[in-house]
Design a protein around this ligand. Structure first.
Ligand code: NDP
Ligand code: BG6
Length: 515
């Protein structure tokens, strides 16, 4: 049995991945390696790539940060991170190969000398293994140091190493990518001064989720949906990204962000783009990203008036989540007394193109909502009310296709059926496809797919510079408006509910309601 077919029989979900997707020898440098993201997501993802035999033969990991951490202590911290956060148990045998090549490099993010010594270290690795290596820089620090890191990668010469070969350096930039249109443009300019766009991987971890990738397959690998995926048949689209968690220990960060920046500008807008885009001419990264940008550009500026506008914002108050009492946002740790940050935002989008003109896209995201649920619901128009009606009462439900992103990933089709019996009465029924039942539940984490893709040089699941700017262009006027209005117009909702009653109005004026 070959390695590829062995992988496929162990992990059927790898089919297609393991066959032709080998990364060249790589050194991954994580900036901010003592942080939360490295421990919870990045290192467990690297370990799991190792388990699936998807790391290149020559793979080195260098943690970078301001603290002095001896190599062996850093390795032990990474062992603990895997033990605590990996989806599969730590296998010493597999991890040992990576662990052996894991080191820590202490230095400031704006210290040219530390970058020069980092460059020497990587040159040393190349000499030691006797061949070229790709440098993959993962910027996992707070955004205040994104630009100094990028600038130092440029001046140390590391950004240009092996340019225009398969070993060309690559940079992964974490979110938040700017805090408004102006800062996103500045960050793009700073990056593009040092790196070519083909070297840049702006991360949105939602694109690494299996179900988000499956959206393209559901839409374009089935012939039954595409013909009705348009204004002739669709009544509205509802996208919900709800979390039951509050802000936890991230209050300091969250209060400078809010739901619109933290979840809508990036993750939710990506779901809109993938749901609404035209079929790409091919699956290559630029074709897909071109189509997403067209959707973002076709979204009309939103009406911001408090009455009958397209936007609603709110903050959670105390309430019950899973039956447990939880405090309100203003009582959370690190939230300033005069905060007017929204923990919930809902928007009504109009996409002004041939396919979607007149079909509202309602999107919402919030913390401390009734339960964790991310889904895309395509609500179809009702059939003509000729049959199955009593007098003027037409009693069949709309057909709805619900793509459940998480948890309980799957697709549900809501349709009408006759209730057995001697009368003709109808009832909505559900047809389910669940990932866990069909494929098993241990699917790769988003960061596994994204780190692998960046190593291979596939940018399909990353955000292009113009894409992030198109999204910020839509969102920035809303942020400015809310900033000017302060507390005025900020609604409230009880923790553990589905959000403020004001968001119902967004839909009611078009005769819709949240599902
Ligand atoms: P942390 O706040 O844990 O910071 C990471 C590291 O950066 C720290 O360990 C520290 O390393 C260094 N650092 C922290 N504050 C500063 C500062 N003010 N100036 C310079 N360096 C600093 O961040 P996370 O690991 O949580 O997140 C990293 C990136 O990933 C951020 O951009 C975040 O927005 C993004 N992200 C995080 C998620 C998460 O779940 N944590 C989820 C999605 C995105 P040292 O002191 O050793 O230099
Ligand atoms: C992050 C946000 O980007 O996404 C967090 O900063 C949020 O506030 C998280 O909790 C949600 O991600 P997931 O994968 O748990 O839905």
């Amino acid at each position: 049995m070959t390695q590829a077919s062995e992988d496929e029989s162990r992990h059927p979900f790898l089919k297609g991945l393991s066959k032709h997707r080998g990364a060249p020898p790589t050194v991954v440098v994580i900036f901010g390696a003592s942080g939360d993201l490295t421990a919870r997501k990045l290192v467990p993802a690297i370990f799991n790539l190792g388990v699936d035999n998807l790391l290149p033969g020559d793979f080195h990991l260098i943690g970078y940060g301001r603290k002095e951490i001896p190599d062996e202590e850093f390795r032990s911290l990474m062992d603990e991170a895997i033990e605590e956060h990996s989806r599969r148990p730590l296998s010493k045998e597999i991890w040992e190969r990576v662990r052996h090549n894991t080191t820590y490099h202490a230095g400031g993010y704006d210290e040219a000398s530390s970058f020069a010594s980092l460059a020497e270290k990587i040159d040393g690795i190349e000499k030691e293994i006797g061949r070229e290596v790709q440098r993959l820089f993962y910027i996992s620090t707070p955004p205040s140091v994104f630009e100094p890191i990028i600038s130092n990668l440029g001046s140390s010469g590391m950004a240009k190493a092996h340019l225009h070969t398969k070993f060309a350096s690559k940079v992964i930039v974490e979110k938040p990518f700017g805090h408004d249109l102006g800062s996103a443009r500045e960050l793009n300019a700073a990056i593009n001064e040092v790196f070519e766009e083909s070297q840049v991987y702006r991360i949105d971890h939602y694109l690494g989720k299996e179900t988000v990738q499956d959206l393209l397959v559901q839409r374009f690998a089935n012939s039954i949906f595409e013909p009705i995926w348009n204004r002739e048949y669709v009544s509205c689209v509802q996208i919900t990204v709800a979390e039951s968690l509050g802000v936890g220990s991230r209050g300091g960060y969250y209060d400078t962000s809010g739901a619109l920046r933290d979840m809508i500008q990036n993750h939710t807008m990506q779901l809109v783009a993938l749901t609404a885009m035209e079929p790409p001419v091919s699956l290559d990264p630029e074709s897909i990203r071109d189509e997403k940008v067209k959707v973002l550009k076709a979204i009309q500026p939103l009406a911001l008036d408090a009455e009958d506008g397209d936007v609603v914002r709110a903050r959670y108050e105390s309430g019950l989540v899973d039956g447990e009492p939880v405090k309100g946002y203003k009582e959370e740790e690190g939230i300033p007394e005069d905060s007017f940050t929204e923990t919930y935002a809902a928007l009504r989008l109009s996409i002004n193109n041939w396919r979607w003109k007149g079909v509202p896209f309602y999107i919402r995201s919030g913390k401390r909502m009734a339960r964790r649920a991310s889904e895309i619901a395509i609500q179809f128009k009702r059939p003509p009310g000729i049959l199955f009606s009593e007098g003027n009462k037409f009693d069949v439900a709309s057909n709805t296709m619900v793509i459940s992103i998480q948890p309980d990933e799957g697709v549900t089709l809501v349709m009408n059926s006759k209730i057995p019996g001697l009368e003709t009465r109808t009832q909505p029924v559900k047809m389910h496809f669940r990932y866990a039942t069909t494929f098993g539940s241990n699917t790769p984490e988003a960061y596994e797919r994204l780190i692998l893709d960046a190593m291979i040089g596939d940018s399909t699941l990353f955000i292009r510079g113009d894409e992030t700017e198109a999204s910020w262009k839509l969102i920035t006027p809303i942020l400015d408006h809310w900033n000017e209005a302060g507390e005025e117009g900020l609604a409230t909702y009880a923790a553990g509910s589905w959000g403020p009653k004001e968001s119902e109005q967004l839909l009611a004026s078009n005769g819709h309601e949240w599902r």
